[in-house]
Design a protein around this ligand. Structure first.
Ligand code: GDP
Ligand code: MN
Length: 399
């Protein structure tokens, strides 16, 4: 789960990481008022979306009056901010963060990630702050400093000092760097984060080490033990298809094609995507029904996939171990009896109770296309979709 910049700054502040004074606003009026509350002469107005690259996309404005703040916010609120991280549809701006502007002397990149190779938390830092880490590693790879943390002892002070020296930070500022690094590390481990990124971490003209931006991502599977973090979820920043599924206890991944996929297990989902692509099709999504899915759960999954406007054909691919093919078949039949589905539906069942499942599908009298192997299923759904599209074109041409 991702959180907003202002939330990450608040979380990190409780671990001793300093950021500029700021306040949240839900409207242009409020933003202007907030700046007067904060005091000072220059402020930065920042669109709160779950994506980086806001600066280059017009989501960050430095303003020197409350009217300038109002005007900047007028443009931001309700708009979709399109950055190189959001995809072309952008992300809605419903909150802005107003901060006192600081005079920047130096910008540093700082990131904490989980390094799967060493099985440790890895610190990635660079003296080239402000640029994205991908750019830095492409253009200035020699500027990158890496360090891994031994979990039994945690992040040691000498490591922090080493990082600070490698970044060329003045000796007088090293203590502030140590506090920042250790604060981030503690926040990362104590809150089960999977990523903490401060870009840029700045050294101000008056020698303060300050987090000017902050990003945190948390492990969904550990959220149950951090209710104060789960509360920070903002559904307006999620793919509505994915949040609807999450609310129903289903795993849904939205994609850009037009074949909806109902599968069980992530591995089978991947294989199904690949096979569809190999057959010349493009998946619209995949929905993982998990294990032991009841007919009701299957029906729910089916309706969810149907509600995705991109979907023009459906492939149900179940390799049943804990699942039961008869329950899956019942769920599919239940939905197709309830709703008029005017697109091809291909069902491939294998494993537990497959004979009963096939019987239920055959006895239903519904136009379900059956397949026995994954290859066959993928070929049939792509073929059926293509036929459907061709017919659609003919009908439009005739009318
Ligand atoms: P991002 O583009 O989404 O990563 O947003 P950031 O929060 O990193 O802001 C983008 C850029 O705006 C930063 O790299 C800074 O150069 C600039 N910026 C942000 N806050 C301030 C500030 O208080 N003072 C000044 N001078 N520049 C700022
Ligand atoms: Mn940034």
């Amino acid at each position: 789960m991702d959180i907003h910049e202002y939330q990450a700054k608040e979380v990190l502040a409780s671990f001793g990481v300093v950021s500029p004074d700021g306040a949240l606003a839900y409207s242009p009026e409020q933003a202007a008022y907030r700046s007067r509350e904060l005091g000072g002469e220059r402020w930065v107005v920042k669109a709160q979306v779950h994506a980086g690259g806001r600066g280059k996309a017009g989501g960050v404005h430095v303003c020197d009056s409350d009217t300038a703040i109002y005007d900047a916010c007028e443009k931001l609120f309700g708009a979709k901010l399109v950055t190189h991280q959001t995809g072309p549809e952008g992300m809605g701006v419903y909150r802005v963060y107003v901060e006192k502007a600081v005079a920047i002397a130096r910008e540093i990149y700082l990131g904490f990630v989980l390094d799967r190779t060493s099985q440790r938390v890895m610190i990635v830092a660079s003296s080239e702050g402000g640029m994205e880490i991908e750019e830095i590693s492409a253009e200035k790879p020699e500027s990158i400093v890496r360090a891994t943390v031994e979990p039994a002892v945690g992040l040691r002070e000498f490591q922090c000092r080493q990082i600070a020296f490698k970044l060329g930070v003045d000796a007088g500022l090293v203590q502030q760097m140590v506090r920042t690094l250790q604060g981030c590390y503690r926040a990362f481990t104590e809150l089960d984060a999977t990523m903490v990124e401060i870009n840029p971490l700045v050294i101000t003209a008056d020698d303060q080490v300050v987090a000017l931006d902050a990003k945190m991502t948390f492990d969904d599977n550990a959220l149950f033990r951090h209710p104060q973090i789960s509360e920070l979820r903002d559904k307006s920043q999620e793919d509505p298809r994915e949040s609807r599924a999450a609310d129903r206890g289903l795993n849904y991944v939205g994609l850009d094609g037009n074949i909806g996929c109902i599968v069980n297990g992530a591995g089978l989902a991947m294989a199904t995507m690949d096979t569809i692509k190999l057959a010349g099709g493009e998946p619209a999504n995949f929905l993982d029904i998990g294990g032991g899915a009841t007919p009701d759960r299957v029906a729910k999954a089916f309706r969810l996939v149907l509600s995705d406007k991109k979907v023009q054909a459906i492939l149900v691919n179940i390799f049943a171990g804990i699942n039961r093919c008869d329950w899956v078949a019942e769920g599919v039949v239940q939905v197709l009896r309830e709703i008029e589905v005017d697109m091809p539906v291909v069902v491939r069942l294998a494993g537990t109770n497959v004979e009963q499942g096939q019987k239920i599908l055959a006895a239903s009298g519904l136009p379900i296309i059956r397949a026995t192997t994954l290859n066959q299923a993928a070929e049939r759904v792509v073929q059926a979709w293509q036929n459907d599209q061709a017919q659609g074109v003919n009908m439009r041409a005739a009318s």
